[in-house]
Design a protein around this ligand. Structure first.
Ligand SMILES: [Ca+2]
Length: 402
């Protein structure tokens, strides 16, 4: 019976997508006008790489990858417990062996319309135990780091002529990329329509220079480039997680589930993460049905099986792996079990080969069924290492020597 229901749901879901597609075609003319108006803006953005984890896989990086590989095998969790007291704010991840990656979400109910080819083949991975921050690093935690060290983030520094030799001088202004909802529905094929490089936007001013951190102490810090996150981690005596560590931890001991909490997007009819409901990316359309319009404080939803909060949704999180679309193919072709994989030795995103990118995980408050379902636990994001946005943060890990 449940199979029949799921098929019916799936057919209904696909009809919804078809209607959405028709709507997008009808909006093409309006979009063309908008694109003309946005040209100057685009020229600005072109001078600085844009974080694209939530959008870039509109490009299918490995077209044709078949979904005919082995299915998930059981997760085998190491039978160890934490060696001594837990570091403050961290949980113990025992490590073990698991199947890493994602099946084609387009075949799943609520899986969206992107096949996530870079998250296949599934392959077996073994990890040693480690500790992981229970939540994303918050503004008050990052503030302690900055006060102790005087650290200045990438977004707070004036871009240099060496970095952007072709950019007009007036564009070399410190800032970061901020989500800017559109006045009306747009085709979801050009993310420059809803991202804006805002002068003066940085972790202290997440929505632009007139915004601040008042009442946001427990919100995840955002507008952090990779080197900012790595600097914090070093100061804290920690490090950033590898991609495999993030996925193992996010799975919470479950085997091959599409979500960090299990099989359903909304278990018992309740939202389990801060994502986006409504017509993306239209101004005022985020209904906040999950409890939050936009970003949320950390730890507002139930933790996963390891006690980790927000491993899906809220903000994207940096991992230490370079991004390569073919990395899983490389590991799988080596056979056996990949032990503590550290990622490839360099980055290659076929859709933007000139930009060095690291893997990001978890999706954000802007991920939606319509567009980017990367809150699904085995899927992958990526971002240029010196770019930041107001939906990108991080958390840290630490080795657990037994
Ligand atoms: Ca939300």
């Amino acid at each position: 019976m449940s199979t029949v229901i799921n098929r019916t749901k799936r057919r209904h879901h696909k009809r919804e997508h078809k209607r959405a597609a028709n709507g997008r075609i009808a909006l093409a003319a309006a979009t063309a006008l908008a694109v003309v108006g946005l040209l100057a803006w685009w020229l600005l953005l072109r001078s600085r790489p844009v974080h694209d984890a939530a959008v870039s896989s509109a490009t299918k990086v490995l077209p044709g990858t078949p979904n005919t590989q082995p299915n998930f095998e059981a997760t085998i969790v190491n039978p160890t417990s934490a060696p001594g007291a837990l570091p403050e704010g961290m949980v113990y991840i025992p490590g073990g062996e698991f199947s890493m990656g994602s099946l084609d979400p387009t075949e799943m109910f609520c899986g969206g319309d992107q096949p996530m080819d870079d998250a296949r083949p599934l392959h077996r991975v073994y990890l040693d135990a480690f500790f992981m921050d229970a939540t994303e690093v918050t503004n008050e935690e990052f503030d302690r780091f900055v006060k102790a060290t005087g650290y200045v983030t990438v977004a707070e520094r004036k871009p240099t002529r060496e970095e952007f030799p072709d950019a007009p001088e007036e564009n070399l202004v410190a800032g970061s990329v901020v989500y800017s909802p559109t006045p009306r529905p747009v085709a979801l094929d050009n993310h420059y329509q809803w991202w804006s490089y805002v002068h003066g936007a940085n972790w202290r001013h997440p929505d632009g220079p007139s915004s601040n951190l008042k009442s946001r102490e427990k919100f995840p810090v955002v507008h952090v480039a990779y080197e900012d996150a790595a600097a914090y981690a070093k100061w804290a005596g920690k490090r950033l997680p590898t991609e495999a560590e993030f996925e193992f931890a996010a799975r919470g001991g479950l085997s091959g589930k599409p979500y960090a909490w299990g099989d359903e997007l909304k278990p018992d009819g309740k939202w389990a993460a801060n994502i986006y409901q409504g017509k993306f990316p239209v101004k005022g359309a985020d209904s906040g049905e999950d409890g939050f319009k936009g970003i949320a404080p950390v730890a507002q939803y139930r933790p996963n099986g390891y006690g980790l909060f927000d491993v899906a949704g809220n903000v994207w999180e940096w991992t230490s792996d370079w991004y390569r679309a073919d990395y899983y193919s490389t590991l799988a072709s080596q056979g056996g079990i990949a032990r503590n994989p550290q990622g490839p030795s360099s980055s290659l995103d076929p859709s933007e080969p000139g930009q060095p990118k690291r893997v990001q995980r978890g999706g954000s408050f802007l991920c939606t069924e319509q567009f980017c379902t990367r809150y699904m636990v085995g899927t992958r994001g990526k971002g240029e290492v010196r770019s930041a946005t107001n939906h990108l943060g991080f958390r840290c890990v630490k080795d657990a020597r037994t």
